[in-house]
Design a protein around this ligand. Structure first.
Ligand code: ZN
Length: 163
């Protein structure tokens, strides 16, 4: 069989960005259900058609990865909202990752870029937005998903979800 929709894929991978290793599978391959949007679009697209034992090496553009860098997602917020009992929260410093809640009550994770006089600049882009992703690895295992896995939209058994 080859990788196609509803295949359960065990994949060994390494992700490099700007020549630096960002992430990799551990001793066990990553298990995912192909064609259900679990992985970034460019990754699934490149793996489609591969067989067990195949090696791969490809690059994914930002558009098919974590999106283009959006300047509108870099915002200046009033310093007031970061004050705890009148002084700056110790969790707020340049480079800190913070979770805030937007007007709709949705959690948003951003990184503090700059702390100014009365504004704090935060970047809510995904940290890999605008980056080309370089994936290398191999297909460790491949099988058809069960009906139950397809209806749940995820992998069961070793490396997957347990119920
Ligand atoms: Zn399940």
């Amino acid at each position: 069989m080859i990788i196609a929709k509803n295949a359960v894929v065990g994949v060994n991978y390494q992700l490099d960005v700007d020549g630096q290793k960002i992430d990799a599978s551990g001793e066990q391959p990553l298990m995912y259900l192909h064609g259900h949007g679990m992985m970034i679009p460019g990754f699934e697209k490149q793996l489609a058609g591969l067989k067990e034992g195949d090696k791969y090496d490809f690059k994914v553009s930002p558009a098919e990865g974590y999106g283009e860098f959006n300047q509108n997602a870099v915002v200046d917020l009033d310093k007031q909202i970061f004050l705890v009992d009148g002084s700056m929260s110790t969790e707020v410093f340049e480079g800190a990752q913070l979770q805030l809640t937007n007007q709709d009550g949705q959690p948003m994770v951003g990184v503090v870029q700059k702390i100014g006089e009365d504004k704090v600049t935060m970047d809510f882009n995904h940290q890999l937005a605008g980056k080309e992703l370089h994936f290398t690895g191999s297909i460790a295992s491949l099988r058809e998903a069960t009906e139950e896995e397809i209806s749940h939209g995820h992998v069961h058994g070793p490396g997957g979800h347990h119920h």
